[in-house]
Unconditional design. Structure first.
Length: 122
């Protein structure tokens, strides 16, 4: 009786494990995710306003943000002037297109060269 217990508890599980083979789990192949890096590029921005009145500059920035939420708007201070710059454009033609739209709200809008950061997927 004692031998049967030993056979059932030790020998049979070992034999069954040997017959089924090693347990393997298949893991999916690692996918190479695209990394996003930042890169400095030369492009263009619009200078929309140049004033000494801070309130006027903030109102102009607010108007641009409501009319064109997809574009970035920048408020810069170079003593004693507040400057509003608009957009990050890679081509001058793209900047000129927005310049024509914005001239409906502001009188002196200039396309200026600028250097800014963009996100690049690699």
């Amino acid at each position: 009786m004692q031998i049967k217990k030993i056979i059932y508890t030790i020998f049979i599980p070992v034999v069954l494990a040997a017959c089924t083979g090693p347990k393997t789990t298949s893991t999916p192949a690692p996918t190479k995710e695209k990394t996003i890096t930042k890169k400095m590029v030369n492009g263009y921005q619009l200078q929309v306003l140049n004033t000494i009145d801070r309130t006027e500059a903030l109102n102009a920035k607010s108007l641009l943000l409501t009319k064109y939420p997809q574009q970035k708007t920048f408020l810069m201070f170079q003593s004693p002037y507040y400057k509003i710059r608009f957009g990050n454009f890679l081509t001058q033609a793209e900047a000129t297109g927005y310049q024509k739209k914005i001239k409906a709200h502001f009188t002196n809008v200039f396309v200026i060269p600028a250097r800014f950061e963009i996100k690049v997927k690699e």
